[in-house]
Design a protein around this ligand. Sequence first.
Ligand code: KIV
Length: 274
Amino acid sequence: MSDKTATHTASPITLATLREMRQRGEKIACLTVYDASFATVLESAGVEVLLVGDSLGNVIQGHETTLPVTLTDMIYHTRCVHRGRRRALIMADMPFMSDAAPAQALGNAARLMKEGGAHIVKLEGGAVLADTVRLLSERGIPVCAHLGLLPQSIHKLGAYRVQGREQQDASRILADAKLLEEAGADLLLLECVSAALAQEVVAAAGIPVIGIGAGPSCDAQVLVLYDMLGITPGKRPKFSRDFLSGGHGIHEAVAAYVKAVKQGDFPAAEHTYR
Ligand code: KIV
């Protein structure tokens, strides 16, 4: 049986699958994806979670930030990914301010699921989102809470830089993680925080934690697909690796990423903040 056939006949990846993987200590591979063809390639190479990130504003639409991305854009790309997927879990980002109030977030998250085919939505923000996470969770909508560097807050932050360096900020991120899990979040995502802070969050959490620039202790790793294929214009982020260079093609590059995540070889020290 080819890998691709195995992917098509195996059972779907659910939140329960991810929780079991965490319990077993088996690393979870996640990548961003925005279209059907790449969704098929990523899944056949072993990626368990397909993130339709609002990073599509940068890498697909050519914007400087994710802020211009609309709900219509997110639904369109999520639907494309859904057509190319057989078993992977599809997570879709709630774009900037589509979750500004709980009721608004509920309606928009429902559209991402009904019209886009998302299985879980991701929201950027800390304690301020607790009521929203609680409402979505109570209404049966799975939620991933994105903490640490919040790209949608770039104009407040001033620059894309490591978060939680000050003890006060680190304590806030840890407290937010606990609060949002208590409110019903099913997954946490930590972006650009020190490996030590990520380790604290993982130890405190009862749910899988996905990391990007958050060191090796996270249960799952995610990268922006175009970064790990080395085709993002400009400088590649420190926390990424070009898996395509020196290889034989995109499928092999993704398979190498999955293998490196599973074996704990990625992220290495040079991709990690102290
Ligand atoms: O939009 C995105 O691609 C993301 C990742 C950076 C995690 O949220």
